[in-house]
Design a protein around this ligand. Sequence first.
Ligand code: M6R
Length: 618
Amino acid sequence: MCGIVGYVGSATPSGRPLEVVIEGLRRLEYRGYDSAGVALVAPGEPLAVAKKAGKLANLVEELDARPLPAATAAIGHTRWATHGGPTDTNAHPHVSGKVAVIHNGIVENFAELRDELAAAGAVFVSQTDTEVVAHLLARAYDELGDLTTAMQQVAGRLDGTFTLLAVHADRPGLVVGARHDSPLVVGLGQGENFLGSDVAAFIAHTRDAMELGQDQVVSITADEVAVTDFAGRPAQAKRFVVDWDARAAEKGGFRSFMDKEIHDEPQAVADTLLGRTDRAGRLTLDEVRIDESVLRAVDKIVVVACGTAAYAGHVAKYAIEHWCRIPVEVELAHEFRYRDPVVDERTLVVAISQSGETMDTLMAVRHAREQGSRVLAIVNTHGSTIPRESDAVLYTHAGPEVAVASTKAFLAQITAAYLLGLYLAELRGNMFHDEVAAILDELRAVPGKIQQVIDRSGRVQEVARWMADTPTVLFLGRHVGYPVAMEGALKLKELAYIHAEGFPAGELKHGPIALIEPGQPVFVVVPSPRGRDALHSKVVSNIQEIRARGARTLVIAEDGDEAVLPYADEVFWVPQTPTLLAPLVTVVPLQIFACELATAKGLDVDQPRNLAKSVTVE
Ligand code: M6R
């Protein structure tokens, strides 16, 4: 959840290490913004540390008021608090003697280690689990005289999850890192090297990167990168080139990253579709390196994911079951692992994650593989952990998603899931090639339709601004409209802090209709009238039922669907789209609504309270 940056440059102290680290933290702030801090080292100088509770801006203000000296290496941290509240003292780096440490993750055996260290005379000033690491490292360095071997020794003593970076005042040209179940990537520069929780930390300086493996220690100097395992044996890390540039991670003139990322959606879907067919137009999905005979024998698919990614999984269920006739279960990853799920070697587990780092999803992946299932990951972030631990990966090409609330990644996840469904359908003989090709053509038309929804969003924004004081909003949908309703409700909760619920419209009469009172706003996602007749007419009846009880009905309907007009207080029109593909367009007005309403309330839509972009603790 925390963001981590490390940098080593030339042997002459300068302002660059601090600049690079602060810029990296700015790009990683989406990972957590409870506090921020930096530690700098320079030849012959004592450690220089600054840290401040709250957003990075507070740290920058502190650095302006009390500037730090020039340096040769630096580490920086932006925190999502786990152990110990978001205070200046609990902010990272934590210092012991000449060592400063930053940490992402949780040290589960910290209480036992703290008792041991306290008995040996260590004095603790914070409530964090991380401080034990600072003391352990300082002691190991004093004994071994080498920061890399000290890190190897300490990493081997820790339980839980961690990425650690450390500097030592006597080693001003060195940053040492370790990773276990938390992300860490290396950026390879010319006469300088970088470390980051993800590539955004250093993308402004280099696109050459190296993905560290599980249980590895890395030491960077200005000219060298050395990787070992925790036992000190040389180890291999995988090199890759980042396929987007720094501009993709900038706001580009939009009010917020979220606003920008909604505008990126047509491109995100188009890019996710790119390069997935051969010359004959046949879906190839080269990344799915699971033997075709295994895929033909699959008798069940289980999607594991959390939050928005899980709603993408729900959409995938409708499409894959319809196209492939394979039963699909969708399970929140944190529930999956703890309920003894019935999965085996004939189950294909599909893990969906924007970050590729969500700990609940990673644990579900591991559990599934232990049971003999093959795991296919649908992930947006290259170099992340979930793809590395899966049998195959279908990358979404949404580009970097910085706003904490997921938008374009959701659309890209759904798109990738459609591709998987169509690929399996053809492979298993459920669909003919021309049927698959016709759906692919429809999919290729979707980016243009999303653009139309964005271009017409003036009315939905106006309505959102009027509704800034609304205490509660309900969302209804049926079939693929149901996960869209749940996603609409989640966006409103997390961005505008408004109570919101998404229901299957058919469930209304079984209880939720009691919530309807005069003026209650209810969004209804209406299926295409060109799809299943009964589906459309049932939802139109649901609108009548709530309208009759005084609800204010906000209807999302397909262009030309006049049947909704008599019962809708507002209609937000979307272009005609085949039923199964419709979530790619119907969710967009709901994202825009939540973004606009939260903005009207004066809230920070990119960094909503209490949240972090990637949830790397269980
Ligand atoms: O990185 P992931 O896709 O695995 O993240 C899953 C959820 O934590 C994420 O979708 C979360 O629900 C977002 N805040 C939704 O906007």
